[in-house]
Design a protein around this ligand. Structure first.
Ligand code: SAH
Length: 250
């Protein structure tokens, strides 16, 4: 079973949204587990402080390596082969491909940073994989961790009712998803594209693919280039040659 352990200064932020809807139901059904651990429990001084001023000066405070390492070690089970992630804007941007890998694995130990960040030495000493959820700065890693887990949990076996919707969705095919429509047939004078009501499944599939391609090309040239590289246009078939008798040997 996918087992998540969160190291945080704000354990009350969990399960938060993960306790609702799909992920919440799956959590109460035991399809995944969530453990939160208070980093501050590993502070050693009277004030239970976990951070200190940055070496070299500058703004803000830095999470101490020794305290975070103690928290990580205490959270690590014997034979723990779960990846250890640090939510961090400097990390590799999270992708659906990485989400799938994580969902196929045993779980994750996730460190939520705060303040200016964490001491570099604990990142190295505990081999933390830095993961970013996008090019913007949050005030802490908790919401980033919730985002990552939300994406992972919906892929776990038995969590999402309609398994197919996981496979045609944006990014899974390398394309953004086609537009959706439902009742009513007329909304403020806008109809539903005729092909969708035609009942012709071949045509519907073609239309959806064309829409997905056009949307991706217009909105995400980066994804479009990657898609083209992965799906090179098929070269035209050479005209079939008539079988010929071998040339007579002279
Ligand atoms: N000074 C840091 C930002 C610190 S923000 C810098 O400029 O890189 C405080 C914490 O919030 C980080 O340690 C990280 O855990 C979390 N965080 C902020 N933005 C994030 C993002 N885009 N993705 C993942 N985690 C993020």
């Amino acid at each position: 079973m996918f087992a998540a352990t969160i190291l945080t200064l704000y354990p009350d932020m969990f399960p938060g949204p993960l306790g609702q809807s799909l992920s919440g139901r799956a959590l109460s059904e035991g399809k995944w587990s969530l453990e939160t651990r208070q980093i501050r429990d590993h502070a050693s001084d009277r004030h239970r402080s976990v951070d200190d001023t940055p070496a070299g000066g500058g703004a803000g405070m830095v999470l101490r390596a020794d305290i975070l390492a103690a928290a990580i070690d205490a959270a690590t089970r014997p034979d723990d082969d779960r990846p250890r992630l640090l939510m961090s804007p400097r990390g590799r941007p999270l992708t659906q491909a990485r989400v799938r890998e994580l969902a196929a694995g045993p779980g994750a130990l996730i460190v939520c940073g705060r303040f200016e960040g964490v001491d570099q030495r604990v990142i190295e000493a505990r081999a933390l994989e830095e993961v970013s959820i996008g090019d913007y700065i949050l005030s802490g890693g908790e919401i980033a961790a919730i985002t990552l887990l939300d994406a992972v949990v919906r892929l776990l076996p038995g969590v999402m009712g309609n398994q197919e919707s996981g496979e045609t969705e944006s990014f899974e095919t390398g394309l953004l998803e086609h537009p959706h429509y439902t009742r009513p047939a007329d909304f403020e004078g806008r109809g539903i594209p005729e092909v969708l009501t035609s009942g012709n499944h071949r045509k519907i599939a073609d239309w959806r693919l064309a829409e997905a391609m056009a949307l991706t090309q217009a909105r995400r040239p980066d994804l479009w280039d990657a898609y083209l590289a992965a799906h090179p246009p098929k070269p035209p078939r050479p005209p079939r040659r008539k079988r010929q008798d071998p040339p007579a040997s002279t």
